[in-house]
Design a protein around this ligand. Sequence first.
Ligand code: SAM
Length: 258
Amino acid sequence: MKLNKRLLNLSEMVTSPYHLVWDCCCDHGLLGFKILADGLVKQVNFVDLVPAIIDKLDKKLSMYAYHLPNDVSWNTFCQDVASLQLMEDKHQSQLSPIPKQLVIISGVGGELMIDMLEGLMQRYRGYNIDYLLCPVQHTYKLRTALIKLNFKLKEERLVVENKRGYELLLVNQVVGKEISLSGKKIWEPKNSHKQYLVKLIAHYQRMESSDSSHKLSQLDQELNTKALMDYRLVLQEYYQNTVESHWNVNEDKDESLF
Ligand SMILES: C[S@@+](CC[C@H](N)C(=O)[O-])C[C@H]1O[C@@H](n2cnc3c(N)ncnc32)[C@H](O)[C@@H]1O
């Protein structure tokens, strides 16, 4: 089973022996399968909204189960992530210093991910559950929503693959540090990282000068302006002042974005 760089990085961020991992928006199910194959986690629940995807996955899981350790198990659920029953006792979960459950949501847009998390937070606000998130676009807006929902940061990474940047965030309602809107810790002295940043700035510049920007809500317009300022600041402070001197030494072999 060959995982792409993004899925591999997500699987590497699963370092705790959770009792249960939810692979939400699972589609092909490769991430959950890799987590089971790694053997640290014994139970994975796969969730997707589309019945045909879950049917296909059920068959694939039975067919390839011989690759998995004998003591692991899984379930599949065809449902909306926002309405999941996580089966977690709040009191118990807060007594345990280590979260017993991990909810992974990966490969959907940041705005849709916000809807899912807001749905889950109606029932699981303040629970010691880990969430591993990998949005496709709208990461700044997602980070804004995470802060508003009182999430805290445990780990974050930036993965650049096939000319696209993906921000991976491990967050929790109880444990962790303050979340930064522009992802202060993710930026490394790599060309691919700088190019992702330049691409983000270009996106928010386009949004600001676009004829249709007035169609956005006041809140979204303000958010875009703030994102543009914040990303410009990262470029200025981090890349131009701090890192430029080390630039050639730390050159990585990532594909160029342009
Ligand atoms: C591009 S795939 C992501 C696959 C994998 N998680 C990844 O990161 O590569 C997105 C999947 O999300 C599912 N999806 C979209 N909205 C959903 C929702 N509200 N609840 C559950 N699944 C959803 C879609 O059916 C689709 O299979």
